[in-house]
Write a protein that binds this ligand. Structure first.
Ligand code: FAD
Length: 418
């Protein structure tokens, strides 16, 4: 395509990028926008949990990227490779240079499957599955259907990861399947988590401990998966006890659901836009880059300490769009993002615990009168119908719906829980 210049350039056309482009275009139809995105397919990743659990299909969770990009937005089908923020430019893998007045960086995060020794060779066979990638999610369901007895392991790597609840969501769906099939007593379900507890927010962690107990699931904290031998059906964990002592433990499995370690994409890590840990370094309330004022970041790629979810993205989009327009008009930026994120925890094949919270683990539900810790059939309908609708037809299309989330809805419950 050759070198080009646009008012707004967006890197990444996933949940954050394509929605931001479409929202910006709705707010300012005359603005010229380019979206740099290499993939032809766009996935509704929150659906991956229920695909793995056999309650949804990959087809339903997939769209052609071309059909999502609003008219008047230029799609640059290539990888962004490097950033030259002092020259307001991005270099593509093709070697073309794209210049901008404003840059939005949202290429998501990277799944580091290769950091677990032996995993790439065995993933997708030998009962080794993962909901985290479109290429492997259908094998989770295949594996769950085949298992009749033995040991089913579910792993969780160190944070941060996208949708921190997803490693355990699939475990509950599996345990419910085993129960419904009448084979629960023949299968030992175990959760092996590198972290110290069931969930980062104690209000929900306590409620999840009850779910675990009800299924008879064994939990192991401070257990980090480091190697898998698929043929021998053995998984090796590095364990850390309360005193910080490390050891190695090998466990046999009949199936293992692996949540891979995750990090910022390599091209972000080595760019001038990243912080020491490799993530895009932005102000956590305005989402403006801390060093380059005409650059913004949102979605999984940034260092904001929220739950990395599409629900967070929904609240971040208006902040980024409005702040770019404010900057263009030389107005003060809005500190509009409070860290909201949401994790619909599928606690069975017909119930969901809808965990919604903001920075600092503050519980901030969008709906009054409901106890967010309840295993609710309403939110199962949300998970399977409502949230996908909201994603494809509202957020991705660039519409805004502001459902306010409020700590005041649950102040009493949170107080009682302490
Ligand atoms: C198993 C699972 C369950 C989940 N469950 C939920 C849930 O229940 N609720 C919820 O809200 N969220 C959930 N999520 C998380 C949610 O999907 C992500 O937080 C969300 O997609 C983040 O949006 P994003 O745009 O930052 O990244 P993505 O949607 O991943 O998009 C990143 C895009 O950047 C592109 N890209 C990558 N590299 C480059 C490059 N070099 N140049 C240009 N483009 C590039 C990619 O091709 C991709 O299209 C789940 C995720 C998974 C995997």
């Amino acid at each position: 395509m050759g070198d080009k210049k646009f008012t707004v350039v967006i890197v990444g056309g996933g949940a954050a990028g394509v929605s931001t482009a479409n929202n910006m275009k709705r707010k300012r139809p005359e603005i010229d926008i380019a979206l740099i995105e290499p993939s032809e397919k766009h996935y509704y990743q929150p659906g991956f949990t229920i695909i793995g659990g056999g309650a949804y299909s990959l087809k339903k969770a997939t769209r052609n990227e071309a059909d999502l990009i609003g008219s008047g937005i230029e799609w640059i089908k290539d990888y962004a490779e490097s950033f030259q923020p002092d020259n307001n430019a991005v270099t593509l893998r093709s070697g073309d240079v794209i210049s901008y007045d404003f840059l939005v960086v949202c290429p998501g995060l990277q799944l580091d499957f290769e950091k677990i020794q032996g995993l790439p060779e065995t993933l997708g066979k030998n009962g080794v599955c993962s909901n985290y990638s479109a290429d492997t999610v259908e094998y989770t369901w295949e594996t769950l259907q085949k298992l009749e007895s033995g040991t089913a392991l579910f792993t969780q790597p160190p944070m941060p990861i996208k949708c921190a609840g997803a490693p355990q969501k699939i475990m509950y769906l599996a345990a419910d399947r085993f129960r419904k099939k009448g084979i629960a007593d023949k299968i030992s379900v175990e959760f092996l988590n590198a972290g110290p507890g069931m969930f980062g927010v104690p209000f929900f962690a306590k409620a999840l401990s009850k779910v675990v107990k009800d299924y008879g699931i064994q939990t192991h904290f401070g257990h980090n998966l480091v190697a898998i031998d698929g043929n021998a059906k053995q998984a090796t964990f590095e364990t850390t006890d309360a005193e910080g002592n490390k050891a190695t433990l090998t466990k046999a499995f009949d199936m293992i659901h692996v949540t891979p370690p995750q990090s910022a994409p390599d091209f972000i890590k080595k760019s001038p836009l990243s912080d020491d840990a490799g993530w895009v370094d932005v102000n956590k309330a305005t989402l403006q880059h801390v060093k380059y004022s005409n650059i913004f970041g949102l979605g999984d790629a940034t260092n904001t300490p929220n739950a990395k979810t599409a629900a967070a993205v929904r609240k971040q989009i208006p902040v980024v769009v409005d702040n770019i327009l404010k900057l263009q008009a030389s107005q003060a930026l809005e500190e509009g993002y409070d860290g909201y994120g949401s994790c619909p925890l599928t606690t069975s094949l017909s119930t969901v615990m809808l965990a919604e919270f903001s920075y600092g683990g503050k519980v901030t539900p969008s709906f009054p009168f409901l106890d967010p810790r309840a295993n609710s059939a309403i939110w199962w309908l949300g998970k399977t119908f409502g949230f996908p609708f909201l994603y494809w037809h509202i957020m991705v299309k660039g519409f805004r719906i502001d459902i306010p989330h409020k700590a005041s809805y649950v102040e009493k419950l949170v107080e009682e829980d302490k």
